[in-house]
Design a protein around this ligand. Structure first.
Ligand code: DX5
Length: 217
């Protein structure tokens, strides 16, 4: 499984959303759209119109990371709106298996996520039923936070379970991912590296991505 760079658009310049995606489209592997409801996380972001706009600009795989308290109400709709992957957080999913099925029925691939404070054990039983697992490496809600190294123990555990079961699961990390922390995450077993401010806060997007690419090769 090749390591992939996933651009989070949370910190891009929204006055020129299409140009911000086109500027990195040849260099990244996927995009992540952070959906925040101001309830599960202390921030409000964007909904379907932004995801649909991103969908129109790029052909690359698109993730909708649902940091919302009622994923059961919206998950399938994000797949219908164009998300290839729809990620729900285990902390707020009363019946994850039903939501996974609804995402698949809507043409999407489900992912399950844990936030700091939630043990990897909380998603162990769901691993055979998802296409990816996301370990948050910051407290979800804002870009530009510092990487929480202690979260890597969950990445190691999930990679071991995936190997034992022969799942070949994609394991994603998100939060504080820069060239050096991306390497730490890959060494722990992650293959999907979500990065936002490292790219969109840099003076040269292409150079920043190339640096990360060289560190995770
Ligand atoms: C934070 C979001 C992340 C964020 C990453 O809750 O889920 O996707 O955009 O931003 P950086 O890479 O700046 O930590």
């Amino acid at each position: 499984m090749a390591n992939q760079i996933v651009a989070s658009i949370l910190d891009c310049d929204f006055r020129r959303l299409a140009a911000e995606i086109e500027a990195v489209d040849a260099y990244v592997d996927r995009y992540q759209v952070d959906v925040m409801d101001g309830h599960f996380v202390p921030n409000l972001s964007f909904g379907f119109p932004i995801l649909e706009a991103v969908r129109k600009v790029t052909k690359r795989p698109l993730e909708a990371d649902l940091m919302i308290s009622n994923p059961d109400r919206y998950a399938a709709k994000y797949a219908e709106a164009g998300a290839d992957y729809v990620i729900i957080h285990v902390e707020v999913s009363s019946d994850p298996r039903r939501i996974f099925k609804e995402i698949r029925d809507a043409g999407g691939k489900p992912g399950i996520s844990i936030s700091p404070g939630t043990p990897a054990d909380a998603i162990r039983d769901f691993l055979p039923e998802v296409d990816m697992a996301l370990v948050m490496t910051v407290h979800p809600g804002f870009g530009g936070q510092s990487f929480m190294t202690e979260q890597l123990r969950h990445v190691r555990a999930i990679r071991q379970w995936s190997d034992e079961l022969g799942l070949g699961l994609h394991i994603e990390v998100d939060g504080g991912i820069k060239a050096n922390t991306a390497r730490l995450a890959v060494d722990a077993g992650a293959d999907l590296l979500v990065t936002g401010s490292y790219i969109y806060g840099s003076d040269d997007y292409r150079k920043a991505i190339a640096m990360m690419r060289s560190r995770i090769a």
